[in-house]
Ligand binder design. Structure first.
Ligand SMILES: [Zn+2]
Length: 271
């Protein structure tokens, strides 16, 4: 399994296993920032096995030991790897609603995956865990010579979302509020709130946006995500059947990965 890294700034890199299946964390991005007191990770992938691959890559790239992890939301491709860093001494920080959703859903999801032959090995040592620190609106993280700030912009992709701002780098890690080249998972989304949250994110005083999945970019990737929601809402409203909506969504975004996420759009957007 090949983990690739791309440096957004000298001290901030994004790691991903690429692809769009559960075995590669659905291509989720893990952001790493090296502070003088340790490394902060955002969303270290779907399983302890992936966390270990990440830890090796971080050491190889010269990152100091991981002292803090921020979870942008409770979905397992962003959270279950953090259990491994937690058991190796890192503080795990999440919005209070993210922590609640983790405690409600993770144990049964892990059990289900362990009972699935193709997934059993990957989840053999995955364990449910609770974040060590939770917050409501803003959480400021002191990294010695720099800070990071986890901010809840309101419900969006899930009720317990946060984004992580790195002021010294001019970078924000957006979690799944922004997916670039991947279909959006509407399963737990607040459809009414999404446009305002994305508008707020677009106004962030940064040059670089790291999406939950796909390549990083400028403000245009946030605009593109807002356009995606408008296009899908239009398709869902006008389609005569789920099949027609499905085909129209595929035709509108032919290069997008994570096709199964289209089903969440059909369930949530068609009335
Ligand atoms: Zn998600």
């Amino acid at each position: 399994m090949a983990l690739s890294e791309s440096f957004v700034t000298r001290r901030l890199a994004v790691f991903t296993l690429g692809g769009d299946t559960l075995l590669t964390s659905y291509g989720a991005n893990c952001t790493a920032f090296a502070g003088s007191r340790g490394t902060l990770l955002v969303d270290p992938l779907i399983a302890p096995a992936h966390a270990r691959i990440l830890a090796e890559a971080l050491a190889r790239c010269g990152f100091p030991p991981v002292t803090q992890v921020v979870l942008t939301h409770h979905h397992t491709d962003h959270t279950l790897g953090a259990g491994w860093f937690s058991s190796h001494g890192a503080a795990v920080i999440a919005h209070e609603r993210c922590a609640t959703e983790m405690s409600v859903h993770h144990a049964s999801i892990i059990a289900e995956r362990r009972a699935t032959p193709a997934l059993a090995a990957l989840f053999a040592d995955a364990e449910p865990y609770a974040p060590s620190l939770t917050f409501k609106d803003v959480f400021r993280i002191d990294l010695g010579d720099a800070i990071a700030e986890a901010r809840h912009l309101g419900p969006g992709h899930t009720a317990g979302d946060c984004v992580v701002l790195f002021p010294s780098e001019g970078v924000v890690a957006c979690g799944d509020l922004v997916s670039s080249g991947y279909h959006f998972n509407y399963e737990d989304a607040d459809l009414a709130a999404l446009p305002a949250v994305l508008a707020a994110l677009e106004r962030f005083p940064v040059a670089k946006f790291v999406p939950g999945h796909g390549p990083s970019g400028g403000r245009e990737i946030v605009e593109e995500q807002a356009r995606y929601h408008r296009v899908l809402a239009q398709i869902a409203a006008g389609a005569k059947s789920a099949e027609q909506a499905r085909s129209a969504i595929r035709a509108a975004f032919p290069e997008h990965r994570l096709e199964f996420a289209i089903e969440s759009a059909l369930i949530r957007l068609r009335h």
